[in-house]
Design a protein around this ligand. Structure first.
Ligand code: ADP
Ligand code: MG
Length: 354
């Protein structure tokens, strides 16, 4: 329960327990992040749990507004001012230290050290990662030198090496370029180089392929796969695009309105989807058979976040709605296979209600 110093003395009675980490790098447990404004409270993330092991690639998917970005902003503690973590734990195993990122001071040293060094992030818009008035190289070198005690020359060499790894055509020249002079694809690569410059243990990629054309999207996925194989960091890939999940990730968690609806291996969730929402999402992917594109959108509209449905959040759109149950109670997560869990009354949880 306590962290033990090499001398055998308990140094921190309040340190979170490493128990149950099971070798995980990050363990998010019952995370609740809400926004407070005059219009009311938005429960953007409302009880989400997942684990990721070193070197693993986890996908988080769901329609726009389901809480994917807020989950990642919670992990890095970069939430907008009106957002607050109101419950749960975000346990991060940093070497032999277990840190609860949910309760650390967002502006304190621990999080400043972790951000960019141990956990890095890439976004939809590469320009937002860079300052327009500095060269790509200056920014990578600065990031390296914030987190590592190396000379300017050494950081410069590391920056060139990272630009080479991400496939920049001419690293020795690209290092002195400004992002506005780079093509879209090169900007994406430069952003990946910047985020990986300190060799993070975890990379969070929030819709990195959303705003780009299909060619750059394909290159980006290939790059992430190569770089993951090369450097071995864990990746959380956040996207509304199930094609991206299928191509890149090992496991996936599907979210709806701040809740986890289903998680499992990509194989389980894509080939044996159980939750009516997951089935609906998969059915809404255009089927690219020659000569035809079929889309079957999920019926109904996503509810207003200020007026969330009672019970199961999906009951207002669910084709398998069980009256008297789904609108009254929240379904618990139920195992439907090894490592495959669903929160839906079709699979269990009703016994407990009687
Ligand atoms: N600053 C904010 N104030 C109020 N609500 C917010 C704020 N930021 C996000 N939200 C709400 O939180 C919910 C989850 O948003 P987000 O995590 O960005 O969704 P996505 O899954 O598309 O990334 C949405 O309902 C969104 O409107
Ligand atoms: Mg988002």
């Amino acid at each position: 329960m306590t962290e033990i110093q090499s001398g055998g003395t308990a140094i921190d009675e309040m340190a979170p327990s490493t128990e149950g980490m099971n070798g995980s790098l990050l363990s998010v447990r019952d995370l609740q992040t809400h926004f407070f404004s005059r219009e009311g409270v938005v429960k953007a993330v409302d009880g989400v749990s997942f684990d990721i092991k070193p070197g693993e690639i986890l996908g988080i998917a769901g329609e726009s507004g389901c809480g994917k970005s807020v989950t990642s902003q919670s992990i890095l503690r970069i939430l907008p001012k009106n957002g607050k973590i109101v419950g749960g734990e975000i346990l991060f195993q940093n070497e032999d230290q277990l840190i609860d990122l949910a309760t650390e001071d967002a502006d304190g040293r621990v999080l400043r050290d972790i951000r960019g060094k141990d956990i890095a992030m890439i976004f939809q818009e590469p320009m937002s990662a860079f300052s327009p008035v500095h060269t790509v190289g200056d920014q990578i070198i600065e990031t390296i030198r914030i987190h590592q005690e190396v000379s300017k020359e050494e950081a410069h060499d590391q920056a060139i090496e990272m630009l080479r790894r991400v496939g920049m055509p001419n690293p020795a020249r690209n290092i002195d370029e400004y992002t506005f002079n780079l093509s879209g694809g090169m900007r994406q690569r430069a952003m990946v180089a910047l985020s990986l410059s300190c060799r993070p243990k975890l990379l969070i990629a929030d819709e990195p392929t959303t705003a780009v054309d299909v060619t750059i999207q394909a290159q980006m996925l290939e790059l992430l796969r190569d770089i993951q194989a090369d450097l071995g960091m864990a990746i959380i890939m956040i996207t509304h695009d199930l094609g991206v999940i299928a191509e890149l990730t090992d496991r996936v968690m599907i979210m709806y309105l701040g809740k986890e609806v289903e998680h499992g291996t990509v194989e389980d969730v894509f080939h044996r989807p159980q939750h009516p929402y997951t089935r609906g999402l998969l059915a809404s992917i255009p089927k690219m058979e020659p000569g035809r594109v079929e889309i079957e959108p999920i019926e109904g509209v996503v509810p207003n976040p200020y007026a969330m449905p009672s019970g199961c959040k999906f009951h207002t759109r669910c084709p398998d709605f069980i009256e008297g149950v789904c609108e009254r109670h929240e379904p618990p997560l139920t195992a439907v296979g090894r490592g495959h869990e669903v929160s839906c009354f079709l699979y269990g949880g009703r016994e407990a209600l009687e």
